[in-house]
Design a binder for this molecule. Structure first.
Ligand code: NAD
Length: 500
């Protein structure tokens, strides 16, 4: 395993200027606001462990004011009543504005969450694609569908709901902001977004561009920066929302769902995962090993739908594991802005300790360390680096059952198709599993037999606009993202009926 620390990319002047602000304020009702009591929190570059911003930590009253702004904008700004074509054009203008500043957004995102620059760029492109996808889809929706029933004139009309809340995590800050905001805005709703405290900067840069170019009426998009227990809890408990969306851990998801339940606000939760890859004996061993190693080291394993349990047919187990070990040893760990780096840091010291802690707990419970892992140093960087690791043993092990959220995969052999499916499904989570085989009939059978929201074939982490993406069990509830169903979730149906 090698490490590298060259910074081969200079920051754009506009990024340096954005980061030079003494305080990054929240964006409420089209204006920049501080916390009412002046509270702030620091944001750190995970690759260097150095502070890059001080951000307003909004309190409950501040968040409530943002929700009021969103409610007023829904009623009074004209956004909700605007012809669909005009609203879609506004979403396209946002996509165009982000595209024109793609490098700036990517630099901010990479610095803020420690993501390898190319991966940050792909996330920014995904945001652009999401806005365009929902802008186009909104023009194809039937906003008034007639129902043919005997003795009655009947139809269903679809309108936006009102203010919608979004609480998102730190692993894909800008991409997930797009997945939440684009369908809600395309349907005519107004939004309050609470970014994670580790990674609020790309959402604030979006607000800066929206304000400068006058891309949305005031109050349609509000970003309430702050800590989870304060600003997050204030979002999830506000009774004026009409829809809520939470992406993050199952533990916090439960709290948000409880709050929404008390207010009878529909909530969708996109939560954690413990995905399996079921690898059959007829695969191309080298290319499959390459892809799974690529998946578990992508964004340093901080991916909810990752393949973290690798179930490998017993006939190829030893050779397959050997190939994986060699590839993982060769991964170049480095600063996220270094073009030679393949795997960057984890997001914060807590996350690093969590990954290292699971290696310890797993071994204490009997797992074998096939590839040791552990903390990594990158010369000249004081950031939070870990090495990729492979564990093996009983699938009852704590490291095989709980979400680690790092570059750690747990290995186990299986003998028959039934056993492979059973082991993959033996988890509380249900987000994304994959099957790997050259027998495509078997692949289709196994993919359908997974008890998860997504069954992928000869690939992992496959999320495509237009295909519903959601989790079941401890991985989520209440509907998914990036599909026509998502847009529908942001439209309130009303049945209108007249007896003839
Ligand atoms: P987290 O649950 O700790 O935090 C998520 C968000 O909730 C943050 O904005 C945080 O400030 C806020 N929050 C914290 N406490 C809160 C409270 N009491 N009330 C309201 N909001 C509160 O999650 P994380 O550590 O930021 O992200 C990692 C988790 O997210 C992992 O479990 C991962 O699998 C999951 N995730 C899921 C998906 C998906 O699509 N299913 C996508 C990305 C991440």
């Amino acid at each position: 395993m090698s490490t590298t620390a060259d910074v081969s990319q200079d920051l754009l002047p506009e990024v340096s200027e954005f980061l030079s602000a003494s305080l990054q304020k929240a964006f409420v009702n089209g204006a920049w606001v501080e916390a009412s009591g002046g509270q702030t929190f620091d944001v750190v570059d995970p690759g260097r462990g150095a502070k890059i911003a001080t951000v307003a930590a909004l309190q409950k009253a501040d968040v409530d004011a943002a929700v009021d702004a969103a409610a007023n904008a829904f009623e009074g700004s004209g956004w909700a009543k605007m012809p669909v074509a005009e609203r879609s054009a506004a979403l396209h203008r946002i996509a165009d504005a982000v595209e024109a500043r793609k490098v700036a957004f990517s630099q901010i995102e990479a610095l803020d969450c420690g993501k390898i620059y190319e991966q940050a760029e792909a996330d920014v492109q995904n945001f652009i694609d999401t806005f365009r996808y929902f802008a186009n889809l909104a023009q194809q929706v039937n906003y008034r569908s007639v129902i043919g029933v005997q003795g009655h004139e009947a139809w269903v009309a679809r309108h936006p709901w009102g203010p919608c809340g979004f609480i998102i995590p730190w692993n894909f800050p800008f991409l997930l902001a797009g997945w939440g905001l684009a369908p809600a805005l395309a349907a005519g709703n107004t939004c309050v977004l609470k970014p994670a405290e580790d990674t609020p900067l790309s959402a604030l840069y979006l607000c800066k561009i929206v304000q400068e170019l006058d891309l949305l009426p005031a109050g349609v998009l509000n970003v309430t920066t702050g800590l989870g227990e304060e600003a997050g809890a204030a979002v999830s408990s506000n009774p004026k929302f009409r829809r809520m969306s939470f992406t993050g851990s199952p533990e916090v998801g439960r709290l948000v769902a409880e709050s929404c339940g008390r207010n009878l606000i529909p909530v969708k939760c996109e939560l954690g995962g413990k995905g399996a890859a079921v690898v059959f004996e007829d695969v191309d061993i080298e290319s499959t090993a390459e892809k799974l190693v690529g998946a578990i080291t992508f964004h340093t394993g901080q991916v909810c739908c990752d393949a973290t349990r690798w179930l490998i047919h017993k006939d190829i187990y030893d050779k397959f594991v050997g190939e994986c070990v060699e590839r993982m040893k060769a991964v170049n760990i480095g600063y996220q802005m270094d073009s030679a780096a393949q795997m960057g840091p984890v997001v914060n010291p807590t996350q690093r300790d969590r990954v290292l802690g699971y290696l310890e707990k797993g071994v204490a419970a009997g797992a074998e360390l096939v590839l040791e892992g552990g903390a990594a140093e990158v010369a000249g960087c004081g950031g939070y680096y870990v090495k990729p690791a492979l564990m093996a043993g009983s699938l009852d092990n704590v490291a095989a059952r709980e979400e680690i959220f790092g570059p750690v995969a747990y290995l186990a052999p299986f003998a028959t198709e039934e056993e492979g499916i059973r082991l993959a499904n033996d988890t509380d989570y249900g987000l994304g599993n994959s099957v790997w085989s050259s027998d495509l009939v078997r692949c289709a059978r196994v993919a359908e037999a997974f008890e998860s929201g997504n069954g992928w074939i000869n690939a992992h982490n496959v999320v495509v606009h237009g295909v519903p993406y959601a989790g079941i069990g401890k991985s989520g509830m209440g509907g998914g993202v990036v599909s026509p169903e998502t847009l529908n979730d942001y439209l309130r149906p009303i049945s209108c009926v007249r007896p003839l």
